[in-house]
Write a protein that binds this ligand. Structure first.
Ligand SMILES: [Zn+2]
Length: 328
């Protein structure tokens, strides 16, 4: 587990947790909230180490004792993780947690549970959790995590101490990616589709993502130059994508097409310094049709197509229709 993002970009959160720990004022239930990509899960494991650390020195977490090492390796029996199963957290999962913790109460010692995406708890699960929090003993600590604080039930919010994670500025993300040997243009591209540093680093070593970027550049080029049909390019260089079953890659493809079109808007409105596909587009900028309203409506269309990915769609048909519409 890597705590760099937490230490570099969430100093207030870290200071708050460390100070409350030192003053012995930790509460028993925390709710960590912030947009997707902020290091909430890392913070949860960090807090778990603070609570469980058996290090002899004053510096906690020591990152060296058995508790710290096991926690970092996701292998500490005193840290229990609950995640959504098939898009929701169910009552049975909370019951399992309860059962597990009832058992450990006999042995004594502190324990931490972490619940990811608490906003996805069913109302039965939320009720069981509230009851469990009510009856839980002083050795237990809970950390609830959400990307969507608006969707967390009020009863759960009011039962926890809410800690907010601020969004990392894009410029910081881009800078840190470059420090990690990501090329500038790639860093700009990844930062346009995620706020998550670790996720962006994964993209950088993902061959499929690289191929998608090339495909988007090529389709973008023919859309501007009108030399060929975008659909023909898709069939020539994008067969891998038509066969792809993971929605993640289709989201990336459409997101990057949106970025590419948005770049054209930036180019037309003299904000070239904000462009992502800067090198690509500046070569052919004189061919961009100067019609901001039309480009904006094409972007909206792409958002609609991306939305369709949430349903069972025939990817091939959808892409053909999409490219035909945005080539008009
Ligand atoms: Zn330790």
């Amino acid at each position: 587990m890597n705590f760099d993002d937490l230490k570099n970009n969430q100093k207030e959160v870290l200071r708050l947790l460390e100070n409350t720990f030192l003053k012995n004022r930790l509460v028993h239930t925390y709710l960590f909230e912030g947009v997707k990509g902020t290091p909430k899960i890392e913070a949860a494991y960090y807090l778990a180490m603070l609570i469980l650390c058996e290090g002899e020195t004053d510096k906690k977490p020591c990152l060296e004792c058995r508790q710290c090492l096991n926690t970092m390796a996701f292998n500490n029996i005193n840290v229990y993780l609950v995640k959504p199963e098939k898009e929701s957290i169910k009552k049975e999962q909370i019951k399992e947690l309860e059962h597990e913790f009832a058992h450990s109460a006999l042995e004594g010692g502190k324990r931490v549970f972490i619940i990811e995406d608490i906003d996805k708890a069913t109302s039965e699960a939320a009720n069981s959790l509230l009851k469990f929090l009510e009856e839980s003993n002083d050795n237990n600590y809970g950390i609830l995590i959400t990307d969507n604080i608006q969707k967390v039930l009020l009863t759960i919010k009011s039962r926890s101490q809410v800690i907010s994670f601020r969004e990392v500025p894009k410029a910081t993300l881009i800078h840190e990616l470059q420090l990690n040997d990501v090329l500038k243009e790639d860093a700009l591209i990844f930062a346009s589709i995620t706020n998550d540093f670790q996720e962006a680093l994964l993209y950088n070593t993902d061959e499929k993502v690289k191929k998608i970027i090339e495909l988007v550049k090529e389709i973008g080029r023919v859309l501007i130059l009108r030399t060929r049909s975008a659909t023909v390019v898709l069939y020539k260089n994008g067969l891998f994508l038509l066969k792809e079953t993971s929605k993640k890659y289709h989201n990336i493809f459409i997101d990057l097409l949106i970025t590419y079109l948005n770049d054209q808007l930036l180019c037309l409105s003299d904000q070239k310094d904000k462009m992502v596909f800067f090198e690509e587009i500046s070569k052919i900028e004189s061919y961009i049709v100067n019609d901001i309203a039309k480009t904006s409506s094409l972007i909206e269309k792409l958002f609609e197509f991306r939305n369709r990915l949430n349903y069972n769609v025939n990817i091939e048909l959808m892409y053909c229709q999409m490219l035909e519409e945005i080539a008009r």
